[in-house]
Write a protein that binds this ligand. Structure first.
Ligand code: ATP
Ligand code: MG
Length: 428
């Protein structure tokens, strides 16, 4: 018996043990491509409009995305925390963001005694508040803390599948610096780390650092916008400079400021996958977070916030890396690296496919094994829909030839390989 288990962390999975089924049709009210494919392939379950559950294959993809984000945030000095979802009114009243009239995305609930609580839709207030226990001197700064945690937002519209939902993961990082220079330097480093995340997800070529409105403290904030017709935003892209301008700040004044001419820009639809923002002392002042500087004087830390949406990124990859047959995952976040598709139930074919599955997983190669007794056509269609980067066909034919038929999902390239050649390639 094989010893692998069907959980998000294991190397191998047999499809006869995978409880999810593929389906021909997405729910009729599902209009977005990302959710249609992800539901049909059994990655997701739609609970209601704007709310999705993640099934084994979907969770594997999401976990890989968050792992990449975590690695990049750790690489710039981020310390991971996990803040509560239930929110006490105190700090939010202090900052002026408790009222649902001011913040229309709040979900609120209450305790048995009637006390109102909120479900966190962002976390500037609680993180600033908790830092009052830990930051008191200039020696305590800078600090960079982040979390990957569920946010709740009562979004008016939910039409973009998992790209805009009412319950979603956010990686939110908060920086606390002594001075403006400290913030500026970290902000630039964070922007580079963001681009590394997008590059690792195969979105680097089509994701632009985009100038957006900055609020009271700085002229601009920056969004990271991935070009896609499925996007809800309009941006103006300078291919030459590798940057873009959001429609909301697209004025003559801003163009002049950035040294860009109108005719060098192309209007594009885009998905906002991330957002970085200089907050200044907006929250440290209102919530009362101070530190003593070198002269013993009280100062407010200068803050920044940095958000990325892992679910929205997964949806974005599904939109961009898919074709008419289904999903086409980049290797970095595919639920499995290899998909063994066994054709036929003949004893020696079964034995061969079983052995290959054992070998690949023993070699540390994440492998999904289609060991189901169903028609070849159905297996190939499912394999295309699932979108695992490399398909390995094991059949009476390949057995006779003494080689495996290997198909690259992204290109359709087909080749005959020995087991050793295959392992070498997959181990790269
Ligand atoms: P949008 O303008 O799309 O509503 P936002 O400005 O409200 O986004 P932020 O508050 O900056 O978004 O959140 C940081 C990141 O979290 C976004 O860049 C996006 O990737 C993700 N995100 C925001 N709202 C949602 C949502 N409703 N569903 C999924 N991901 C989201
Ligand atoms: Mg929003």
């Amino acid at each position: 018996m094989n010893t692998t288990h069907t959980t998000a962390t294991t190397l191998g999975m047999r499809q006869t043990q995978l409880f999810t089924k593929t389906r021909k049709q997405a729910p009729s009210d599902e209009i977005s491509k990302n959710a249609q494919y992800l539901i049909r392939a059994g990655y997701l379950h739609k609970e209601m409009a704007g709310v999705y559950s993640y099934l084994p294959l979907g969770l594997r993809v999401l976990d890989k995305i968050t792992t990449i984000i975590r690695e990049e945030m750790n690489s710039i000095g981020g310390q991971e925390i996990r803040l509560s979802t239930l929110q006490d009114q105190g700090p939010w009243s202090a900052s002026g963001r408790w009222s649902s009239a001011d913040v229309d995305v709040w979900f609120k609930t209450e305790l048995q005694n009637g006390t109102e609580l909120g479900l966190g839709w962002t976390h500037e207030e609680p993180v600033t508040n908790l830092m009052r226990d830990h930051i008191s001197s200039y020696r305590d700064l800078p600090q960079y803390v982040y979390q990957i945690q569920t946010k709740f937002r009562n979004e008016v519209r939910a039409k973009s599948g998992i790209m805009r939902t009412r319950e979603f993961l956010m990686k939110d990082l908060y920086s606390f610096s002594r001075d403006q220079e400290g913030l500026d330097a970290f902000y630039d480093e964070a922007a580079l780390a963001y681009m590394r995340v997008f590059t690792r997800l195969n979105l680097g070529d089509v994701t632009y650092k985009t100038f957006a409105s900055g609020g009271a403290f700085s002229k601009y904030s920056h969004e990271f916008q991935t070009l896609s017709d499925a996007g809800e935003d309009i941006i103006y892209v300078s291919k030459e400079k590798g940057i873009a301008i959001n429609k909301e700040v697209y004025t003559d004044e801003v163009l002049k400021d950035l040294g860009i001419t109108r005719d060098s820009l192309v209007e594009e639809k885009a998905i906002e996958v991330g957002n970085i923002f200089k907050l200044g002392t907006r929250f440290s002042e209102s919530i009362g977070l101070t530190f003593k500087d070198e002269d013993g004087k009280d100062q407010f830390p200068i803050m920044g916030c940095y958000g990325i949406g892992p679910n929205r990124l997964m949806g974005t990859v599904a939109e961009l890396h898919s074709d008419e047959k289904g999903l086409v995952w980049p290797k970095s976040i595919a639920p499995f690296k290899a998909h063994i598709v066994r054709i036929g139930e003949v004893e020696e074919v079964v034995a061969h496919a079983d052995a290959l599955y054992e070998t690949l997983t023993e070699q540390g190669i994440e492998t999904l094994y289609d060991d189901r007794d169903v028609r070849a056509g159905e297996k190939f269609a499912d394999s295309d829909l699932l979108g695992i980067p490399v398909r390995i066909v094991v059949s009476q034919n390949t057995l006779t030839e003494g080689q495996l038929e290997v198909v690259v999902r992204a290109t359709g390239e087909k080749k005959m390989q020995t087991e050793n050649e295959l392992i070498e390639e997959l181990s790269e």
